[in-house]
Design a protein around this ligand. Structure first.
Ligand code: PRP
Length: 179
């Protein structure tokens, strides 16, 4: 275990098992889809989750990446700036947005609107982690791996000052590291 970690919240084995379960649910959900299915992963946090999840996908999919940064807006609507956009048109496609965590909900709220404005036929969200106690806007992920408490979590894509993303588990950071 990394020295800056207080506790492992979700082990590598638990993540793997959950990705298999989510993969099976997603395969079933899209089994009759006629239009293209595109997994859209948000950089950078969702990269390990995307990589693990697609091992269990039996559908014909494409995947692509977006990078956005959010900046202050009103309390319920936060604007996002696109740092890296999708490579292709998503008109009339089924989009599965792949997230590592839904926290306040501002990011997915803004991205759903953006993807719908680009002409996506359907937008669904899969998130490895959900922190409902932090929610500020009324949005939810369609497929959720783990609901977690309001702790400072890192690892498996999640960072503190860009560190710890590479850890294969989700851990709780020691208080003295971020305070
Ligand atoms: C994190 C995370 C989600 C978002 C969730 O991304 O990956 O995209 O914040 O927060 P919210 O629900 O409060 O909007 P971040 O902007 O830290 O970028 P990163 O993935 O590159 O770490």
């Amino acid at each position: 275990m990394h020295q800056d970690i207080k506790e492992i919240l979700i082990s590598e084995e638990e993540i793997e098992k959950k990705c298999e379960e989510l993969g099976s649910i997603i395969n079933d959900h899209y089994k009759d889809a006629k239009d293209p299915i595109i997994f859209v992963a948000l950089l950078k946090g969702s990269v390990p989750f995307l990589a693990r999840l697609i091992k269990y996908i039996d559908l014909d999919i494409e995947y692509d990446f977006m990078d956005v940064s959010s900046y202050a807006g009103t309390e319920t609507t936060r604007d996002i700036r696109i740092l890296k956009d999708l490579d292709r048109s998503i008109k009339d496609t089924n989009i599965l947005l792949v997230e590592d965590i839904v926290d306040t909900g501002h990011t997915i709220k803004a991205i759903i609107k953006l993807l719908e404005n680009k002409g996506a036929k359907d937008v669904k969200i899969v998130s490895l982690l959900d922190k409902p106690s932090r929610r500020e806007v009324d949005v939810y992920a369609d497929f959720i791996g783990f609901e977690i408490p309001n702790e400072f979590v890192i690892g498996f894509g999640l960072d503190f000052n860009e560190k710890y993303r590479h850890l294969p588990y989700v851990g709780i950071l020691k208080d003295e590291i971020y305070q």
